[in-house]
Structure formats: C-alpha cells, structure tokens
Design a protein around this ligand. Structure first.
Ligand code: SAM
Length: 235
C-alpha cells in the first residue's frame, strides 16, 4: 500500500519509517510512505504555500494551488488515482472502522494542513475529511502518522500474525481484556489464577467477561452500541 503525504515537513516522517513494525513494513516494501512537499509546486521562487486570509483575521491560510497540484502529480504516479484524505479537526472522527476501510485502498493521499488551515476550496478536491480527535494541533502530520500506523498494521505481513488484530480493542467495538506477563506476582499484584490454569476454555470465557466489563466501565458509549447491535441481531 502506498501512502502519499502532502506536507511542508517531509523530514517528520523519517522517524516513523526508521523504527518498529511500520519501519519494517517500509523496508520490506509492504508499505511505501512518500512525503510530497507542496513547496515544490509553489509558483513563486520563495516556495510560498500560504497567504493572508480574505476578510482579515489571525495567521495565514494554505493556498489551494500548491496542494491540488501536488495531489494531481501524485495521481499521475499511480495507475489508479489514490483515495484523497484531508486531515482536519473538522473531519469525521478517525476510528478502527475507518482504518480498516482505508487499508482496502492500494494508495491513499493524506493532506496535512499547517498555519490556520486550508483555503476552503481544497475540500472539494478530496474524497473525505478525517479528524483524529476533538483538539487542534499545529499541523496534520501527526494525524497522518496515526492513519498510517492504524491502517498499515491491518495489512497482511505487517504484524507477526494478523490474528492478533482479531480480539484487540476496537476490533469488534469492545475493549481488550487485561494482559499479563512474568513475573506471576509484581509489587503484591498477582496474575489472575485462571491465566495460570492452562484451561483454555476457562481462559477464553474469562477474557470475554473481562472485555465486556472493561468496555462497560470505561466506554459506556461503545457498550451501549454493542448491546444495541446484539438486540438487533436477536430481534
Ligand atoms: C492549527 S490547525 C487549523 C485549525 C483550523 N483553523 C480550524 O479551526 O479548524 C492546522 C492543521 O493541523 C491539522 N490538524 C489539527 N488538528 C487536527 C486534528 N484533530 N485532526 C486532524 N488534523 C488536525 C489540520 O491539517 C489543520 O489544517
């Protein structure tokens, strides 16, 4: 899968690609992350990509031209144009379902804003808008990395076993059960006996119960949705 990132700070992606499973996936060629700077598509010799907002106000706004030209250039790099995503705090909340959906694309273009955001007309040139949460960052790069992290680990060959994604948090709308490793006792806290029992049926039941309990306690919104789904299925 190819991730093109339209960013004025391409070096921010060096760290992402040099460590961990995403770095390994990039070295193996399972994914490619290609930063593209809109400055290379600026019309003046200073590489300006921003300008003052019409109507006045604080800060600068990203011009539409360099970004759309960068996106068109990216389209020409692929047989089929990549799916275009604008990263913005005004977008749809990013979640596991979106990560799974994006991972179906052969290529995705992720547009990172800076300054006070984009000229509004850029919105008409993308397929969807994504937010990684109800807060405002200085740029879209960290949001792009979140999308790359979450989507690429769902691709075959990125994780040691794809099965590990099946019962983790948000895979089916619930949170994962508690996990433990050695030692069996740490600072007075013991590993639950059932996990040391070797009884896989009992362990599986315990994990399902813990997952439901944890979801109800920590994310009543998710728990309500799970119950509604179960009721609908039963109806
Ligand atoms: C300072 S923000 C601009 C915010 C904009 N003035 C607004 O109020 O919606 C600059 C850029 O950071 C990125 N960004 C900031 N917060 C984000 C979030 N929660 N999710 C995704 N992208 C975000 C976007 O690309 C945005 O254009």
């Amino acid at each position: 899968m190819h991730f093109y990132v339209v960013t004025i700070f391409p070096p921010m992606f060096d760290a992402l690609l040099s460590v961990g499973l995403v770095g390994q996936a990039a070295r193996k060629g399972t994914i490619r992350v290609i930063p593209v700077s809109p400055r290379d598509f600026a019309v003046d010799k200073h590489g300006s990509v921003d300008d003052a907002p019409y109507g006045g106000g604080h800060g600068m706004v990203m011009r539409p031209g360099p970004i759309t030209d960068a996106l068109d250039w990216i389209d020409a790099c692929e047989e089929k144009p990549p799916h275009r995503v604008l990263l913005t705090p005004q977008g749809a909340p990013f979640n596991q379902t979106t990560a799974r959906r994006l991972a179906q694309h052969h290529a995705v273009s992720l547009v990172c804003g800076r300054y006070e955001g984009f000229d509004e007309r850029i919105r008409s040139c993308v397929d969807e808008e994504i937010s990684i949460g109800d807060y405002v960052m200085t740029g879209g790069e960290v949001a792009a990395m979140a999308v790359i992290e979450a989507s690429s680990r769902l691709l075959p060959g990125v994780l040691g076993s794809i099965e590990s994604t099946y019962d983790e948090s948000h895979a089916d709308g619930s949170l994962e059960y508690p996990q433990y490793t050695r030692p069996p006792e740490f600072r007075g806290m013991k590993v639950p006996d059932v996990l040391l029992s070797g009884d896989h049926k009992k362990i599986s039941i315990w994990r399902k119960d813990q997952s439901a309990q944890r979801t109800a306690e920590r994310r009543p919104d998710l728990f309500a949705r799970l119950n509604a789904r179960a009721t609908k299925r039963g109806a």
